[in-house]
Design a protein. Structure first.
Length: 620
């Protein structure tokens, strides 16, 4: 099919002007929201300190006397112990001092943010001219401010259009509610570029970051164009991690499932086939970026090494980030994963990409490709389970020739459906023993693996943990946007504005509340709550067909009620906890019906749109 061509997108203004970008997405324009301070204080030295409640990307607007010739402001994300903005924050936590002349003697002064050399350099997403440069800050200090009225001082937040009322989640667990609010707001706040970027330090899009960002954005707002725009941009402007190129296939599939639109699949079909990295496959199906097949010509088919490719090397395996070498020889976030040419994690991603590419081929009615990719996926699965599994330990090893088993080599296998049922108990036991031995990025797949294995109690524990490798630690640190890493001790240049740390924004709706599309465009939805120790919870989930409302109430292990409200056009597969009973009797809309028992759930399929109530009680 024909795809739209754009030569002068603001996204690529720093790139080669002669390079055309092919895209189907139609993103909206960025907007500005004016925010009042929630707390102000005038110090004895005449400095006014303003707290805007949450960090945002933007600038400051000051209403001052027209006699004011010089404005000196401090902007930052963190306070020190004296209640002033921290002038020397750790890592890449932001602080800046700005002097601005008011030569025109204006009454309203918009602070001009100076250009940062790194996050406006090659490969970084530039701010559009009509918006100007922005800076992430929650706090502002204005010197010599005794004559200023804080009512007339605003934080100008720059963001992609966002409906705050499109979603909600609430439960009896305050910690979980706080984590949800942190992650939901993080998705809104980090849209300031109009494309998903990796935080303020670089402002560069990355495929792996975009996956978490995309799923989370779907779950908090009924908005799909920004995700597609980012995805299509990254297909043509790839980054270096091996798994990140494979993510393009995952991102494409989620776009299709959440929107039901196939135009992007059609437009980028050949690119997506290349992004499976099947060109690196040896005879047994496994891939390696260190093989002789990984040539410059192969990487060029991935759009690497073009005139606007910003990295100085080609495909390199990631597993997780940062590695120990990044933290001065510490363990890093790879759980001591042994980096070998044939990498277990990379091949797990390769398998997942092949499975989804077969599905994409089916959608586009390409039966030959569907058969081919299915056969390759089956071959990879068989080889992994023969070559990369240690029968003695019952665990997956890190790569061909390895004797070491990392968390990652096992959790990705479980998350992507590579672990046979007979092997799952040992693998799950090992995964739980490693706790959160992965980064905020890896946590996405650790949580998915746990929910898919019916370990919802443990998954809930991970999301509400109060140690320094959890989301509550981000809140405790003082941030209102998710961090790049669990703590500065684990990544010494971390920033406080990274959406890849916001996994609960999609894990809570998709797994804890169990709401996932079963058919493209939510024509059919799965409702499978995995609530762990929660007593109650309710959610509003945006979809392309309208919001879905779900609420559950659980009384110990004896009863479970579920209320659902489905918009017109959606049917549901509803799964109710079995509660240890040996029958499938459930009261549905006041009538006792018998559902099918599948594992630990009672299943009712093809539930029509509208309001429905499901009640299951051990005593009845």
């Amino acid at each position: 099919m024909d795809c739209l061509i754009e030569f002068n997108l603001f996204l690529s203004k720093n790139l080669d002007a002669n390079v055309a970008i092919k895209y189907t997405a139609k993103p909206k324009e960025l907007m500005e929201t004016f925010i009042n301070p929630v707390k102000t204080k005038l110090n004895d030295d005449g400095a006014m300190i303003l707290d805007f409640g949450k960090a945002a990307f933007g600038t400051l607007l000051i209403s001052a006397s027209q006699k004011t010739k010089l404005i000196v402001v401090h902007l930052g994300e963190q306070l020190n112990s004296d209640g002033r903005i921290e002038r020397e924050p750790q890592g890449t936590i932001r602080y800046i001092r700005i002097e601005q002349l008011n030569e025109a003697m204006k009454k309203f002064i918009r602070i001009d943010i100076p250009r940062d050399e790194r996050n406006t350099g090659p490969g970084a997403i530039r701010m559009p001219d009509h918006i100007g440069e922005v800076y992430p800050f929650r706090y502002a200090e204005i010197e010599n401010a005794s004559d200023l009225n804080p009512v007339h001082i605003k934080q100008i937040m720059v963001h992609y259009p966002f409906d705050d009322e499109a979603s909600y989640f609430e439960s009896n667990d305050k910690s979980l509610n706080d984590v949800w609010e942190l992650c939901k707001y993080s998705i809104k706040a980090t849209t300031f570029c109009g494309v998903y970027v990796d935080g303020d330090r670089e402002r560069v899009p990355y495929e792996g970051d975009a996956y978490i960002n995309q799923l989370s954005h779907y779950c908090v707002d009924s908005e799909y164009e920004m995700a597609r725009y980012t995805h299509e941009y990254l297909i043509q402007h790839p980054t270096w991690p091996t798994e990140w190129n494979l993510f393009c296939v995952l991102n494409a599939w989620e776009d299709y499932m959440y929107t039901g639109q196939r135009k992007s699949l059609e437009c980028f079909y050949d690119d997506l086939k290349s992004k499976t990295l099947i060109g690196l496959a040896r005879s047994d199906g496994l891939i390696s970026t260190e093989s002789e097949l990984c040539t410059k010509e192969f990487e060029e088919r991935l759009h690497m090494h073009s005139s606007d490719y910003i990295f100085n090397h080609g495909l390199t395996d990631l597993v997780d980030w940062p590695p120990g070498s990044f933290t001065g020889g510490g363990q890093g976030e790879r759980d001591n994963h042994e980096m070998l040419p044939v990498n277990t994690v990379v091949n797990a991603f390769h398998y997942r990409a092949l499975v989804l590419m077969a599905k994409i081929a089916f959608v586009l009615e390409n039966s030959a490709d569907q058969i081919y990719f299915n056969e390759q996926a089956n071959k990879v699965k068989a080889t992994i389970n023969y070559l990369l599994f240690d029968i003695e330990s019952g665990l997956y090893v890190d790569g061909e020739g390895s004797k070491h088993s990392s968390l990652h080599s096992n959790m990705f296998m479980l998350a992507f459906g590579l672990v046979d049922e007979s092997r799952q108990e040992k693998v799950i036991e090992f995964i739980k023993s490693r706790k959160m031995a992965c980064s905020v990025y890896g946590a996405q797949f650790l949580l998915e693996a746990m929910y898919q294995s019916n370990e919802d109690d443990y998954a809930l524990e991970l999301m509400t943990a109060d140690h320094d490798r959890g989301w509550l630690n981000m809140i405790k640190a003082g941030s209102t946007i998710t961090l790049e890493a669990w703590d500065v001790k684990y990544k010494n240049n971390l920033d406080w504005n990274h959406a890849w740390g916001a996994a609960p924004a999609n894990i809570i709706p998709r797994y804890l509340m169990g709401l996932r599309p079963l058919e493209p465009g939510f024509k059919k939805i799965l409702i499978k709550p995995q609530t762990g120790s929660l007593e109650n919870g309710k959610i509003k989930l945006p979809t392309v067909l309208g919001p879905v409302f779900v609420e559950f109430i659980k009384s110990s292990e004896n009863s479970f009620s579920l209320d659902v409200d489905l918009p017109t056009g959606i049917v549901a597969r509803v799964e109710i906890p079995l509660l240890g009973l040996d029958h499938g009797n459930v009261i549905v809309d006041g009538k006792e019906l018998r559902g099918d028992i599948t594992e630990n759930f009672v299943v009712f399929d093809n539930i029509d749109s509208g309001k429905h109530r499901f009640e299951r009680n051990v005593e009845k």
